[in-house]
Design a protein around this ligand. Structure first.
Ligand SMILES: Cc1cc2nc3c(=O)[nH]c(=O)nc-3n(C[C@H](O)[C@H](O)[C@H](O)COP(=O)(O)OP(=O)(O)OC[C@H]3O[C@@H](n4cnc5c(N)ncnc54)[C@H](O)[C@@H]3O)c2cc1C
Ligand SMILES: NC(=O)c1ccc[n+]([C@@H]2O[C@H](COP(=O)([O-])OP(=O)(O)OC[C@H]3O[C@@H](n4cnc5c(N)ncnc54)[C@H](OP(=O)(O)O)[C@@H]3O)[C@@H](O)[C@H]2O)c1
Length: 405
């Protein structure tokens, strides 16, 4: 199997130096540019993988335990993580374990999969809205809930990274949770019914980082319509509209694909003819990371009580003045957009996506202990809101897509 290499990265403008805990070449060093021979010794193999992982990379120099990698543009955090992941995995060899034959893959698929990827709306190469049709009908579930999607570790990956698998894990499935999303309206602009035979999900392809090799999304993004996968039949979670009164104001705050369950709940509130105001705020890196703007525009047009606000953080106009959802709360813009004060007596706030935006506290004997970086939970707590905790239902509800703790 080989061992992961430990890597430390030092980006310096267009060049990043990666020092490794073992030598990859002798003291002579090897320089490689795209188009050079690639692959038959470790430095050329490494250079080929780096070019494949990031098309911005135009020069790789390997000398002993230092890899100098040059990009056409400056390094950012994501590019550094990706390159470090490629270097870390250089000596992980999968050919050493016996790869199952193709008909073995087919047998595993038949045994394990229970649903079909019936439709893919590729908003961009890394962001999909998909419909999954289960072989057997599923019981009704509540808007906001989630289930499991899974694919076998035997499935090919869309990236250059290599999973570090335990023995026999290559015959198991990578399982992840996904909130059920909703396109909210049909082609005529009418609200979709609460239950359809297909289940919709909104999924971003995660890129490999220095320490984490994502398992499921790089495999999912290799699939095409008609391919098979696993979908759990248990739909669960407390991130629902339970406890919301018809006249309450509702504020949905999300990052990235965190808008998935909000969409399902917004459609439900509008179907119920909810009387309070509904504000939906989505924060993404780039405008191109918003896959439901057309549907939201139709809803805004039809339902005066509904408002949809998006913010980006990495477009050229955001340079030097990044605004997060937390800033919209402290500046008063959320209340402006809602058209009402953030009054805990008659407002529910739903937070979904990046855990740093949510900023969930620890519940200790001395009270709530909030994370160092200000999150929305702390801001709302200071305004008198109550955060859901275990079975106690408050008026701040959250779904973290991963944990930072
Ligand atoms: C209850 C619940 C509901 C979820 N619903 C969705 C959903 O509707 N859509 C969706 O895309 N993901 C959703 N996720 C995340 C999802 O379960 C996977 O973690 C994600 O798709 C990446 O899977 P992976 O195996 O490729 O990488 P993983 O090994 O699972 O994740 C690697 C790293 O990628 C980052 N990451 C994970 N998910 C995201 C994300 N959505 N956006 C940005 N960075 C991320 C984190 O840093 C994480 O540590 C949900 C998670 C939970 C717990
Ligand atoms: N967007 C892309 O370019 C893109 C494209 C394809 C795939 N991916 C992959 O998808 C994954 C991440 O996707 P994502 O962009 O959807 O999710 P994300 O990293 O959670 O970012 C979503 C939004 O949350 C913001 N955010 C980050 N920290 C915050 C904090 N402390 N408080 C409030 N907001 C915060 C981000 O701003 P920041 O700008 O500060 O991060 C961004 O605007 C990565 O693996 C990435 O490689 C991303």
């Amino acid at each position: 199997m080989g061992q992961l290499i430990k890597v430390e990265a030092t980006p310096l403008g267009r060049v990043a130096l990666f020092s490794t805990d073992r030598s990859i070449t002798g003291q002579d060093g090897v320089s490689v540019i795209p188009g050079d021979r690639q692959g038959d010794d470790p430095p050329h193999d490494l250079a080929g993988r780096l070019f494949g992982a990031d098309q911005q990379i135009d020069h790789v120099h390997v000398l002993s335990n230092t890899v100098a990698v040059r990009r056409k543009q400056s390094w950012d955090e994501e590019a550094v993580g990706r390159a470090a992941g490629v270097i870390a995995n250089l000596f992980i060899h999968y050919g050493e374990t016996e790869a199952p034959e193709t008909d073995e893959f087919e047998r595993l698929r038949t045994e394990n999969y229970n649903a079909t990827l019936s439709h893919i709306r590729a908003h961009n190469d890394d962001l999909w809205v998909i419909q999954v049709t289960p072989d057997q009908p599923i019981d009704p579930f509540q808007p906001g809930q989630y289930t499991t999607l899974a694919l076998g570790y035997w499935e090919p990956r869309a990236d250059e990274a290599h999973d570090v698998l335990k023995p026999d894990q290559d015959q198991k499935m990578a399982r992840r949770s996904y909130s059920v999303s909703s396109s909210m309206i049909d082609e005529s602009g009418a609200l979709l019914p609460p239950h359809t035979p297909d289940v919709e999900f909104y999924i971003v392809k995660v890129k490999p980082g220095q320490e984490e090799i994502p398992a499921l999304t790089p495999r999912l993004f290799m699939k095409k319509e008609g391919d098979r996968l696993y979908m759990g039949h248990k739909f669960t979670g407390h991130y629902t509209l339970e406890g919301v009164e018809p006249t309450d104001n509702i504020v949905f705050l999300s990052t990235g694909t965190g808008e998935a369950p909000q969409n399902a709940m917004i459609a439900e509130l509008l179907r119920r003819d909810h009387q309070g105001r509904i504000l939906d705020v989505v924060c993404v890196r780039y405008k191109s990371d918003l896959a439901y703007t057309r549907q939201h525009a139709v809803l805004v047009d039809r339902y005066p009580k509904y408002r949809y606000v998006t913010i980006t953080t990495r477009e050229p106009e955001n340079e030097g003045e990044k605004v997060y959802i937390q800033d919209l709360i402290s500046s008063g813009r959320i209340e402006e957009e809602l058209g009402a004060p953030l009054d805990p007596e008659r407002t529910h706030v739903f937070l979904c996506g990046n855990p740093a935006m949510i900023g969930l506290p620890k519940w200790t004997e001395d009270g709530l202990e909030f994370p160092e970086t200000l999150g929305v939970c702390q801001q709302l707590h200071e305004l008198g809101f109550v955060i859901d905790h275990r079975k106690e239902r408050g008026n701040v509800h959250y779904e973290e897509y991963w944990t930072d703790r």
